[in-house]
Design a protein around this ligand. Structure first.
Ligand code: DQA
Length: 149
């Protein structure tokens, strides 16, 4: 069966390209979506790419991923540092979730060093800019392949 990965992006990531380019680069979210679609096609997998500024919509998307996708790549934006609800959702859906950030959150302000996602995620990729997305796809596929073996 063709693998399917949900790539979920949280608040303010729709502004990539013009949002603090010195931190996040000039690549737009649409560019990242195209990059992920090309990467998925090269691997013969499906990716679904979503963005929402609303915590509840992100929760709904995580819940709906059960039975639909094999895993999730989540850039929860600032909700990473605040949302116990997202942490609980990840604990509840029984799917592998990779935490992703464009910037290196550990090299930034102290409040960004805390992640509610990290303790319940498969792993974390941060600091590689837009290139982190295809890296996360590769990491998830590799983990799924090992889990199957
Ligand atoms: C981010 C890092 C978060 O701290 C921040 O709130 C974001 C983007 C990143 O991709 O680097 O919105 O998740």
């Amino acid at each position: 069966m063709t693998r399917s990965i949900l790539i979920l992006n949280g608040p303010n990531l729709n502004l990539l390209g013009t949002r603090q380019p010195e931190v996040y680069g000039t690549t737009t979210l649409h560019d990242i979506e195209k990059m992920c679609a090309n990467h998925a096609a090269a691997h013969g997998i499906t990716v679904v790419f979503l963005q929402s500024n609303h915590e509840g919509a992100l929760l709904d998307a995580l819940h709906a991923a059960r039975g639909t996708h094999d895993g999730v790549i989540l850039n929860a934006g600032a909700y990473t540092h605040t949302s116990i609800a997202l942490m609980d959702a990840i604990s509840s859906i029984q799917l592998p979730v990779i935490e992703l950030h464009l910037s290196n959150i550990h090299a930034r302000e102290e409040f960004r060093h805390t992640s509610y996602i990290a303790p319940v995620a498969l792993g974390q990729i941060c600091g590689f800019g837009a290139a982190g997305y295809p890296l996360a796809i590769d990491a998830l596929l590799s983990w799924l392949g090992a889990a199957d073996a």
